[in-house]
Design a protein. Structure first.
Length: 261
């Protein structure tokens, strides 16, 4: 839930900046008579600082060395005639596009900051969804109700839940005795959640629980108070998620207005 989408991650941290992709400006360093622009150096500095690097002389020196190394290799590539190859030209165009995309996203995020109030509202919504309790549960998932009823009958006869779980069609838990680990009720679909929270410790559902996935037999092994991390601890993750959603919404808006054939 708190992870960046693949699209947003690609837009924010995508293509590596290349010397040929940034317009010439004041020289930052000159390599074999070729000027590497201050604009490019500033962009690379900003990229590293966005990733957490401190603004320091050491960072500036590291950026200078990196740009020198890139320019040296780029010059050799030109001497070898690689820029004239069609497949290389396509890659260069893609890198250039990536630079512009990334620059636009950075500017967009700056102009549309996520406020603390928005992040706190999302935090409270997550807390409300998770509730105050987490549960350690097992389940057996089958395709039809009759199979679930047979499992319940066998449980009443003394069969072990872990053994019966081998019949489950849930690949994530069937080989582990149906174990779902510790989770809040909000992590499950509503029919499952409602049944789980109605159980007492050590009890299982005595009627099949239907969900969009099939029919469940659920065992509650234990429960405990849920300790949600404080806001300041997960604020960076919430900000990333909010920015990703904001960027995706912006791109969706552009797509809805675009003529695509």
């Amino acid at each position: 839930m708190l992870n960046l989408s693949k699209l947003a991650a690609a837009l924010l941290f995508g293509a590596m900046i290349s010397a040929s992709a940034v317009a010439a400006g004041k020289a930052f360093v000159t390599v074999n008579g070729v000027a590497v622009s201050q604009t490019l150096a500033d962009a690379l500095m900003a990229e590293q600082k966005a990733k957490g690097a401190p603004d320091s002389p050491e960072l500036k020196n590291a950026v200078r060395e990196e740009l020198i190394r890139r320019e040296l290799v780029a010059q050799e590539a030109k001497k070898a005639g690689l820029e004239k190859k069609p497949d290389i030209a396509v890659q260069a165009d893609a890198a250039r596009q990536g630079v512009f995309i990334r620059a636009y996203i950075i500017e967009y995020v700056k102009k549309n900051p996520i406020s603390d109030a928005e992040l706190k509202a999302e935090y409270e919504a997550i807390k409300a969804k998770l509730g105050n309790t987490e549960y350690k549960a097992r389940h057996i998932l089958v395709k039809n109700e009759e199979d679930a009823k047979v499992i319940i009958v066998n449980l009443k006869k003394g069969a072990k839940f872990e053994e019966l779980a081998k019949q489950s069609i849930d690949p994530g838990s069937k080989d582990n005795g149906g174990d779902l680990g510790w989770a809040s009720a909000g992590n499950f679909v509503k029919p499952f959640s409602d049944a789980l929270t109605s159980l007492s410790k050590g009890k299982y559902t005595e009627a099949p629980v239907k969900s969009e996935f099939g029919y469940h037999v659920i065992l509650l092994e234990d429960s405990r108070p849920l300790n949600v991390p404080p806001f300041d601890e997960i604020k960076p993750r919430l900000a990333q998620q909010a920015q990703a959603q904001q960027i995706n919404k912006m791109v969706d808006g552009l797509r809805s207005k675009a003529k695509i054939e």
